[in-house]
Write a protein that binds this ligand. Structure first.
Ligand code: FAD
Length: 438
């Protein structure tokens, strides 16, 4: 390899994982090259999205003074269980959500990623945009030496690489660390729109007192035609983020078009009034890796560390991904710093990265929910059946018909038994419990 540039470390991808890794290494004194294929960091990225600043605070302790472009603090969150004509809402509102750093904020990736990458540049990172890494260059023994890019004279050399390339993990696959292409049953496709609406209108519709309050709602049931998947509605400063996501396999098997499902969701009688008069600012789609702990790629190779979506670090149960990515990126950065100190970039030494992750919430949570995708895959009826039942049960429960309550309770039980046998219910509950307990 005759390099055109030399660095102490190369990071591929300027998403949350890559930027966290780059900042950590730059603060530790390394010369870091952060390579991003987008025109700007964030240009290619999309999420729901709710950001959890606990992970950001570990990378940039004074992040609040640097004015990150958050949209609104999340002060109310929960679930809507949507049937074709009604909804059961399970929402939680608390003043404690306003207390950073334990809170959460809505954010738009185009703005947040650009800000985060700017913090990396201020820490001394060399950010190279509009450049795609096409190959990891290795020696005869398979040790990473650097990367080739799509630029003329684009060979960059470094003894260690952090690959944070996101869900389309082509480089990770080329190193033999991922177990091939993601099968459609383990990857979700999400489509999202950002709808412009005046702040006062958002606050009136969602019952918010002002710009320092916001809502995050995850929606199950009719939003995804009862199939395994979720929809979401999050309030931004002057917009609403709305989207739906389903496992690719469900889209293929049922011949569904994601944008049609989103249009149908937006037209739902419960949802439509929140969106009235809003205009589309942005539209996008993105994949989410949901293969879980047991099918994650290997996290290290000789001279290589893998972080974030590239290694399937997504907790779909709690819609967390950006915080897992930032934490993993930071830990990859810390491990790279130790490797530099020791002059040892072997996979054997870099395994310390996996140990750090095993001791953190990242792999503990992924391990706990390791069976969740299989649970949904093996019980595709579960969301539709129980969400519709809960809506019908609520209608009976809240409607006075001059009927003795015991009879009403019997009717509700009958509604459930009409959908699922006693053994069917016990079976679903057992599987759900296993999915949640690992
Ligand atoms: C619809 C949706 C909703 C979500 N909602 C939430 C949420 O509410 N909260 C939450 O915490 N998480 C959420 N997530 C998950 C979260 O977005 C991801 O887990 C997180 O972005 C992963 O960060 P990353 O840095 O690993 O990857 P990414 O953010 O995907 O970044 C990867 C970067 O690498 C670049 N890249 C890729 N290949 C190359 C290459 N060869 N050369 C150079 N650059 C390259 C890309 O352009 C990109 O900038 C959501 C995801 C989706 C899709």
């Amino acid at each position: 390899m005759t390099p055109n540039h030399r660095c102490d470390a190369i990071v591929v991808g300027a998403g949350p994982a890559g930027v966290a890794a780059a900042i950590t290494m730059a603060k530790g004194g390394l010369k870091v090259c952060l390579i991003e294929r987008g025109r700007l960091p964030g240009a290619k990225n999309l999420f729901g999205g709710v950001l959890y600043p606990h992970a950001l605070a570990e990378v940039i302790p004074d992040y609040a003074e640097r004015h990150p472009p958050f949209e609104r603090p999340v002060t109310e969150q929960g679930y809507w269980l949507l049937s074709p004509d009604s909804v059961v809402r399970i929402m939680h509102k608390s003043v404690h959500y306003k207390t950073a750093p334990t809170g959460a904020y809505t954010a738009l990736r185009a703005r947040f990623d650009a800000w985060f990458a700017e913090q990396a540049v201020q820490a001394g990172v060399l950010l190279i945009t509009k450049t795609t890494v096409t190959e990891v260059v290795r020696d005869a023994r398979g040790r990473a030496l650097g990367v080739a890019t799509d630029r003329p004279e684009g060979l960059v050399q470094a003894p260690i690489l952090v690959i944070a390339e996101g869900v389309n993990n082509l480089l990770t696959q080329s190193l033999g660390l991922a177990k091939g292409d993601l099968p459609p049953r383990y990857v979700a496709l999400s489509v999202k729109e950002v709808l412009a609406l005046p702040a006062a209108e958002i606050e009136a519709r969602f019952g918010l007192a002002g710009a320092d309050e916001g809502v995050a709602i995850d929606i199950f049931g009719d939003a995804t035609l009862g199939l395994p998947g979720t929809a979401f509605i999050y309030t931004d400063a002057k917009a609403i983020s709305i989207g739906v996501g389903l496992l690719l396999e469900e889209l293929i098997v049922h011949n569904l078009k994601p944008y049609e499902i989103l249009a149908r969701f937006k037209a739902h009688p419960v949802v439509r009034p929140y969106l009235a008069g809003a205009t589309v600012l942005e539209y996008g789609a993105h994949l989410i890796p949901e293969q879980g702990y047991d099918r994650m790629p290997d996290l290290v190779g000789d001279g290589v560390l893998i972080a974030g979506d590239a290694a399937a670090m997504v907790d779909a149960v709690h819609r967390e991904g950006s915080n897992l990515a930032m934490t993993a990126g930071r830990m990859a950065g810390e491990t790279a710093l130790e490797a530099h100190r020791r002059g040892d970039f072997s996979a054997a030494f870099l395994r310390a990265y996996r140990t750090k992750l095993e001791e953190s919430f990242v792999l503990k949570d992924l391990k706990q929910y390791r069976r969740m995708t299989d649970f949904l895959d093996s019980t595709p009826h579960v969301i539709g059946t129980y969400v519709d039942f809960m809506n019908e049960a609520a209608l009976r429960y809240f409607t006075a018909q001059g009927m003795p309550k015991r009879e009403m309770e019997g009717e509700i039980l009958g509604l459930l038994r009409g959908r699922r046998s006693f053994f069917g219910i016990a079976h679903d509950m057992m599987k759900l419990l296993r999915g949640l307990r690992g």
